[in-house]
Write a protein that binds this ligand. Sequence first.
Ligand code: 4AD
Length: 405
Amino acid sequence: MLNFVKQLSHESVVELIGLVSLPKKPLTATSQQVEIHVTKMYCLSRSLPNLPLAVVDAARSEADIEKSVKDGKPAARVLQDTRLNNRPLDLRTPANQALFRIQCHVQIAFREFLLSKGFLEIHTPKLMAGSSEGGSAVFRLDYKGQPACLAQSPQLHKQMAICGDMRRVFEVGPVFRAEDSFTHRHLCEFVGLDVEMEIRMHYSEIMDLVGDLFPFIFTKIEERCPKELESVRRQYPFHSLKFLPQTLRLTFAEGIQMLKEAGEEVDPLGDLNTESEKKLGQLVLEKYKTEFYMLHRYPSAVRPFYTMPCEDDSNYSNSFDVFIRGEEIISGAQRIHDPELLEKRARECGIDVKTISTYIDAFRYGAPPHGGFGAGLERVVMLLCALNNIRKTSLFPRDPKRLAP
Ligand code: 4AD
C-alpha cells in the first residue's frame, strides 16, 4: 500500500476504507482531530504529477512566508495571476473554501431578512434593449439582428415590478459592467444584491432598511461562520468590522465638511474619488468609532438619470451610498416616478430615450413613489474580510483582461 501511495501525485482523489479513531497524542486546536487506520485504498482520479500551482504554497500566509524566510527556507509566494490562471486549484486552499462559504451565508442572511420583512424574490432579464445605468460601461451584443446590451443592473425592471401586491422586491443575480478600469474593486461581472420598495412617507425608509439589514448580515456571519472567519484570518489577518447598533447617517455635505476640515480638496457638487472615500472612512472611524456608515443627499449631477432630486434643492438628490472600511458597497435612492421628469432627465444624461421607452411608459399608468438600492456581493465579502482585491471573492472573476477559466 505504501508503494501505491508513493506513486500518487498531490491532489489525486482517493477513497479510503479503514477504522476512524482518536489520535494517541493529546488533541490540540491545530492537531489532526482523528486518525484513519487504512485497510484499503482506491485512487478515484489521478492528478498530473507537475501541478501549475502547489495548493500548500497558495495556502501560505504572509506571516508563514516571512517566518520561512527568517528560518532560511524561503517559501514560494504565489502571485495573483498564477492563482487566477489556475483557479480550480487555488480554490482548494482553506481560506478560499471559507470565503465562498461566507459568501453563501451573506446571501442566505440577505434573503432571510428580506423575506421576513415581506419582500418577494424576483428575477429580471439580463438581456436588454438599452442600458440601465447609462455611461459607457455596457456590453453590447446582437440580439437576432437587434442591438442589445447585457444588464448593467436590474434597476429598470425591478422598478417596473413594483405594482399591485408586489410592493417590495429583491433580487440576487448577475450584473455586467464593461468596466475599463482595472482596479482592486471592479469586476466586469458580479453578483448584485438588489432591493426595490414602495415608499410610504419618506425615502429614509430605504435607509432604515439598509441600516437594519446589513448589521443583521454581519452578526449572522459572526454567529454562523466562526471557523470560516478563522480560516480566512489565518491567511489574510483582519479585525472584525466595527459597526454601531444604530447605523450612522451623515449628509454628503457633512462628509465634505469633514474632509475640508482635514485639509482635503473636494468639490461639494462632485463625486468623491476612492482616496477621498478612504480618507472620510478614517475620519468617521476616529470620530464615530464605526466602519459602516451612510452618506445621503448626494449631488444630482453624480447620480443616474432615474434618481429623484431633493424637493427643496434639485442640485441634490434623495440618494445615498453606504461604506464599509471607507469603500462603497451600496448605492441607493428614491426614483423618479413622474414619466415627464424621467424622460427629461434621461435626455439630459444623453440616454437614447427610444431604447428605454417601455420603462418610461410603465410610469404613465400610475406608479407609487418608490426606491431601493444595490450592493455587490463580492465587494461586501471583500470588505467584510478586509481583503485587498475583489478577485479573491469572485469564484471565477471576470475583469477587463480575464475571461477564463
Ligand atoms: O453603484 P451602482 O452602479 O448602482 C446601481 O447599480 C444602482 N442600480 C443601485 C440602485 O439600486 N440604486 O452599483 C451598486 C453596487 C456598488 O455599490 C458596488 O457594491 C457594486 O454594486 N458594484 C460593483 N462591484 C463589482 N464590480 C463593479 N464593477 C461594480 N460596480 C458596482
